[in-house]
Design a protein. Sequence first.
Length: 468
Amino acid sequence: MQKAAFKKIRIFLEDYCRDLDDISLLSYKKGYAKFLKNYGLDENSFVAALLYDLDTGEKFGSDVSKLIASLKNFNELASKAGKRNKEEKIRKMLIATTQDLRVLIIKLLEMLYIMKNLDFTEDDKKIKISKDVLEIYVPIAYRLGLSDVKWELEDLSFKYLTPDEYSIIKRNIGMKRKEREKIVKEFKKKLENALKKNKINGEVFGRPKHFYSIYRKMMNKEKKFDDVYDLIGLRVIVEDSDNCYTVLGIVNNLWETIPERFKDFIIAPKDNLYQSLHAGFLYNNSPVEVQIRTRRMNDIAEEGIAAHWKYKGLKDEKFNKQLSWLRQILSFANESDKEFLYKLKLDIFGDKIFCFTPKGDIIELDDGSSVVDFAYAVHSDIGNACTGAKVNDRFVGVRQVLKNGDEIEVLTSKSHKPSRDWLSFAKTNKALEKIRNTLQIRQSSYNKTSADKEDSKDFITTDGNYNV
């Protein structure tokens, strides 16, 4: 944004707030303006974001006025819909933004700024806002490729919904900080020397660690903190795609690879346009994840669909498809809420749903998952002992299929064991694997007991003597 434009909006806000004698409003707007400057919004979006709740903005042109009107409409529709149900809220939010994608980007940034300033808000309000952010805004940020916004929204929601778990992850990261920094420094130096030797222009730097991502991997895969691969992460930025594969070859020759960690998102980009090479290596017995991408790929990975505005000549089929996604929501406008949500989830949430424990912990499951799947996602022992659940304060059986946003309290019994028929309705790989393993262990134990009994019969003769 041009300095002149920023100065103009600053002077306008100072005069506006002085007339209202509202110092706190001016302080808030200055903080918000400073925050927005980091996200590369175009000038009109920047102005609209700051002014739309002040019933002003006519002085800044017709485009700003239209954006302000759209933002007000967005809030009004979302507010009305929120009094009905979540499905209607999502519908209204998206329909309100289909004509101008900037509206949704502004709202995502506004929610991020709100989340960054929640510390002194009442606990009930923190939880409500954080749940909305995690259920609605995070998936949309992902779908638009706004990964930086997505990560921050996730971590902040995690902080307020599960403060104890957040503190544990934060403390563990702090304790291992020096050790990780040493590995990153050594790895980075060797890789930079290798790039120089091969005459490749590139930047190498460490990646930030996202608390919620670490927590989710620990919960979903029952991993220990030190076993999460991206605790130590580096990123390599090069000039073109060919160099990405050259760097991959260099790194493969320098360190021991972890084959199952390799992913090629350059050949097969994600739906949100994300492109990169991901590779895992062992460095001094520590797992390290390396991402390799071009500058443009990095911009798109961090800024998503908004980054395409930097590349004026871009006429990309994938980009056009991405832009059309929001506009397709209009075709759902006359559907029933149930049908609308189903179609919407296919686009935004994919085949995932998000449910909550009574403490507010978030559990990600495959769509169509049952109470049993949820129980195993919490912990294997809870899954094995599951007898049913209370879903939204209603008692249900183990077969009950869960919906996005359900709150589940798993009911257990120490004497209860998994049944073979659970395999017919369990959905997640983790649940199926744990059920099979438990059944196999039980069968092996039964076979061993039966064999021992037969051996005893052979060992003891009919007259009570022993065969030796």
